[in-house]
Design a protein around this ligand. Structure first.
Ligand code: GLN
Length: 278
């Protein structure tokens, strides 16, 4: 079948995910989107079989990122598997905020709950003088992050630490995190794709969704942040006030809630500064 006909065929078969047709065809055939138009060719039987298999899996609900094993984030390619959350476009707001503030400064950054490493690796890529440590609770997850760091040509440190059990070592100027922030009860009523394919550990923020914000702000930050260190969190769009309050209670200053391009609250930043008369 010639590629132009295949594109409309695949779009139709993918139903509501038709916009993923070009990605699938490019992945299997190695043709770029401009090749489809400028250098079209017949697609082989073997390629057709592969494309059909992908469509079957996709139509049963499996996210394309897991089927193909990678995704794009901040213009970089990240390997993902069933152990790691699929990096979301929402999270680019957090990275953009942090990268703009760091610029060329020498800043020691700790990415807590790094998963695929998408946040810390993007920061390391865009801020040449940032010293980035990627933290997660399992070696298997850190192996994915390491592969992504190598693939994207950045030099980062890796640390295995379950922050609910222990305090990470080292001293940092900035903690950045997109922690699990969904209320336990809500996870299984979420869109089927999320609850059946993505790791629940990457989503479950405890009964009120705020468990990791409490733990990081109340127990972790003061032990490992420098005196004027800062935090930048991704939050669920309803959590701006609650997370600001947690930071306020612990004497953080300059607390700001920032929105994503859709207009939803998405990021909270704050600075640690010793209270003057306490
Ligand atoms: N830091 C990773 C991401 O933002 C993983 C986050 C998580 O597992 N909650 O994609």
């Amino acid at each position: 079948m010639v590629v132009s006909r295949l594109r409309s065929e695949v779009r139709k078969q993918l139903k509501e995910n038709g916009h993923e047709a070009d990605w699938i065809i490019s992945h299997v055939t190695g043709m770029s989107q401009s090749d489809f138009i400028m250098h079209p060719r017949e697609v082989t039987d073997d390629e057709m079989r592969k494309i059909k298999d992908i469509i079957t899996r996709r139509n049963s609900g499996e996210p394309l990122q897991y089927i193909l094993g990678y995704t794009e984030f901040m213009g970089l390619t990240f390997k993902v598997n069933e152990l790691t959350l699929i990096p979301r476009q929402d999270t680019e707001t957090l990275v953009e905020t942090v990268v703009t503030r760091i610029g060329h400064d020498h800043v020691r950054v700790l990415d807590i709950g790094t998963g695929s490493g998408c946040i810390g690796i993007s920061i390391a890529k865009l801020c040449p003088n940032a010293e980035v440590t990627l933290l997660d609770y399992s070696d298997a997850i850190l192996a994915v992050a390491r592969e992504n760091a190598e693939h994207n040509g950045v030099d980062v440190k890796l640390m295995r630490c379950d922050i609910l059990e222990e305090i990470p070592t080292g001293e940092y100027d900035l903690i950045v995190s997109n922690p699990p922030y969904i209320e336990t009860e809500t996870i299984f009523s979420l869109d089927n794709i999320v609850s059946s394919y993505e790791p629940p550990e990457a989503l479950d923020g405890g009964f009120d969704g705020l468990m990791f914000y409490h733990r990081i702000v109340e127990d972790v930050a003061k032990k490992i942040l420098t005196e004027d260190g800062a935090i930048a969190f991704e939050i669920g769009y309803t959590q701006g006030d609650a997370v600001s309050e947690i930071l306020h209670e612990e004497d953080f200053s300059n607390i700001k809630v920032l929105r994503d391009p859709c207009g939803n609250d998405r990021v909270v930043t704050a600075r640690l500064k010793p209270a003057l008369f306490s």
